[in-house]
Design a protein around this ligand. Sequence first.
Ligand SMILES: [Cu+2]
Length: 336
Amino acid sequence: MIGAALAALVALTAQASAHVTLGIPTLEVTDVNYRVPVEPAPTTPEELEARHTDKLVVDVPVGFKVEQCHETADFSCEVGAGEITWTRRADSTNFQAVDFFRASMRTPGIGGTYLSPALQVYSDGEEVSWDDAATSDPNPAPQIRVNGPDRAPDVATGTFRPLAELGAGTPCPQEVIDDAIRLGIDPAVHCGHFGFEPPAGSPTPPEPPEPGPDVRGTASIARTPTSTFVEVVVTGLEPGLTYDAHLHEGTCTNPTSAHYKNDLNGVSEPPNELWPSDDPTDPLAGLTADENGVARGFGIADWVARPTARAIWIHEPPDDPNDPHAHARIGCADLV
Ligand SMILES: [Cu+2]
């Protein structure tokens, strides 16, 4: 284990050098501290003045919601879409060999180990990405371990992102590679559709795939003791076309996730599944985009979705059933 790695910690009392796993309960607001060392460790104040941390950008794991980032006398902070940025103030001269950056986050409804990749920018311009998945790698991503029983939030909301943003430069998961092989598509192309890096050992990188529609908008899910509601507003669609949208298992980071089914052995459509629809009398109607490319949909089920129902995916209209990409996923919102 690397002693000086960048680490996510719960509370400043956790001064351990471990860069991984702190246990926090689900659905609670917790302070997460990122411990950021200067490497190699400076041995003199002059060295530290010449080379210190000027900026930190952390990716907020899917399922977490930032309540607040905390500023200090030396760093301002800003919460963006899925990330937090701390920037050294112009007048700061209080350089430290280790800086701490604190954010209050609500943890997700499902226990697990979540990666929170970070980008550290030094005053000499060097940028270090702490984004390796394995803790044995040289620059492991900070990990946050969420403990406690799985619990579904009563209300959760999210924003749609287009396909190309969902992978966001992370390694292509094996399921996506397997999916490509099953569909007879070049895995590098299929991975590229989701924005994932091409699989290791791919020959030459293929042409970047055509960017799909810029699917944006909002999604929400609400659970009562006896029922589940979903509601979406989707923008960036082709006017007049009808799209399918479904509540899916898992988060948007799993682009091969199954539809969420109430009865796992039941049929693959409502009422056993939950699909946002723009026709209140027809849960199978899908979402038809208006002249501005906007669609609104609503769905209700008389069962309570389990905690694993965490994403709503939008699919391309199924115009050509012979096209392996027909009905392809074009956007997703995590319900967090
Ligand atoms: Cu779907």
